[in-house]
Ligand binder design. Sequence first.
Ligand SMILES: Nc1nc2c(ncn2[C@@H]2O[C@H](COP(=O)(O)OP(=O)(O)OP(=O)(O)O)[C@@H](O)[C@H]2O)c(=O)[nH]1
Ligand SMILES: [Mg+2]
Length: 241
Amino acid sequence: MYNNLNFKMALNTDILTTYEGLQIETKYDHLYKIIIIGDSCVGKTALLSKYLKGVFPTSPLSTVATEFATKIIQIKEGGYIKAQIWDTAGEEKYKSITYHHYKKSVGGIIVYDITKRSSFDNVKNWYDDLITKAEKGCIIALVGNKLDLIERNEKKREVSKLEAQGYADDNHMLFFETSAYNGSNINDIFEELLQTIYTERRKIPELKERDNILESQNVINLKNQTERNQRNQSSNDECEC
Ligand SMILES: Nc1nc2c(ncn2[C@@H]2O[C@H](COP(=O)(O)OP(=O)(O)OP(=O)(O)O)[C@@H](O)[C@H]2O)c(=O)[nH]1
Ligand SMILES: [Mg+2]
């Protein structure tokens, strides 16, 4: 049986299998669950694809319910973070399923489309839902996407940067304008969000303690999910978090 020390060490090691079948052992110091939400078609999936794979999807499909991916990122202060990033469907019909996945999120990214006013007007609803369900002290980033369209034609802008920045400040959110199409500011969202989560959570002993518990639960759930996927050979659309 594992004693506490061994168990902790085992949790913080991840085995990555490369396309060539090589197994690489990667270490990380913390595991954070991040959720991406916002109206349908604002570019959540494109943004995540650009960040994880450097690719803007050429034939995009609306996300069905949820999907998750993980990435290990080195932050400036705090070592290596394993980010478990959940991409959710913006369509109303999946709301009850995606809502379930807000639980245990320590970070959230609310995306709107700079060229579509209604997607910004709905940010308040996404914010209220997230704050109610996510972890205490959840750090949120507000992201206005499709900046490339504005760069080509400023007349397409339906949400001013000043207004969005003001809204983010009033609600203690980080704020970015991005383009998943050309990659503008995409890395900054994740780097700043993860660094802020780390810094803020370390300040509060109760949250620091809580992270240790969340990390164990998350790793065990991820392990279960991986085993299920291997058995089913199907996509990872559900998790027990
Ligand atoms: N020009 C431009 N188009 C974008 C950008 N990001 C996404 N798109 C386009 O916007 C559409 C929707 O993108 P998705 O990433 O599928 O949107 P989503 O928010 O994941 O939508 P759901 O999965 O339905 O919730 C697609 O046609 C993308 O090609 C961007 O930064 N610039
Ligand atoms: Mg999507």
